[in-house]
Design a binder for this molecule. Structure first.
Ligand code: KIV
Length: 269
């Protein structure tokens, strides 16, 4: 796709149904991001998510996505200590999580780790995030933009198959993209990247109005509104005796029921 200059689509999924819908909708790469900490597990941030959590969710996603390339995040603490630790975690992600590639956060300092994992045959997606975390924009001045470029060139050299650029001014991301052989996947980095990624629950509008969403998120749906409407109707109909209707029940021949009724009466006498 990159060679053909076709934009690469990437979307997160954290379980079987979200993977199934992304895959069925033709998404190229399904990412089991560690954002599942907040969007699926209710943790305050990604630091709580464990490798075991990731493995469980990756397996579920792998069962739901038959065509897309599946990438799983190596969670914090599972790869930073040494290249050997990273390789061992990456192997578990492939063998037990059934993903086809792993993503890891960091820049230049991750080069030996990326090299170790890619040399073992596991594709690595590098994720250039702001060292301070959160959604702070990086690359807003020359020094910072040069740092983003240097990191991208280093992870490319180390063997990463692509790099995620997060919260980078679009002209900077576009120029960096033009200087790389590998594709860039943007999130809050403008249209000049080789592809885009979003968190599925954010773009679907899966959360109540008023929840913070980064500026770069476009809401393509209102799943929260639709789900709430449906659940409230169900509640009302159960309370009001409207649901279940006759059409939701299973038929029994009247004669059989009469026999059953008589048997009950005889037993209960
Ligand atoms: O964890 C995640 O969902 C991510 C995306 C924001 C790229 O890393």
């Amino acid at each position: 796709m990159h060679t053909r200059q076709e934009k690469i689509t990437m979307l997160t999924a954290h379980d079987f149904p979200s993977a199934h819908i992304a895959d069925t909708s033709g998404i190229d790469i399904v990412l089991v991001g560690d954002s599942l900490a907040m969007v699926a597990l209710g943790y305050a941030d990604t630091s709580e998510v464990t490798l075991e959590d990731m493995l469980l969710h990756c397996r579920s996603v792998a069962r739901g996505a038959q065509s897309a390339f599946i990438v799983g995040d190596l969670p914090m603490g599972s790869y930073e200590i040494s290249p050997e630790q990273a390789l061992s975690s990456a192997i578990r992600m492939v063998k037990e999580g059934r993903v086809q590639g792993v993503k890891m956060e960091g820049g230049e300092e991750m080069a030996p780790i990326i090299e170790k994992v890619t040399k073992a045959g596991i594709p690595v997606l590098a994720h250039r995030q702001n060292a301070l975390g959160g959604f702070r924009v990086q690359g807003k001045n020359t020094a910072s933009a040069l740092r983003v470029l240097a990191d991208a060139l280093t992870v490319q050299q180390a063997g990463a198959f692509a790099v995620v650029l997060e919260a980078v001014p679009p002209p900077v991301a576009t120029l960096i993209t033009s200087k790389l052989r590998i594709p860039t996947i943007g999130i809050g980095a403008g249209a000049g990247c080789s592809g885009q990624v979003l968190v599925q629950v954010d773009m679907l509008g899966n959360f109540p109005p008023g929840r913070f969403l980064p500026k770069f998120v476009k809401k393509y749906g209102d799943v929260w509104g639709e789900a709430k409407r449906a659940i409230e109707s169900y509640r009302e109909e159960v309370k009001g005796g409207v649901y279940p209707g006759v059409e939701h029940g299973y038929a029994m021949p009247e004669k059989e029921f009469e026999e059953f009724r008589r048997a009950v009466e005889d037993t209960m006498k």
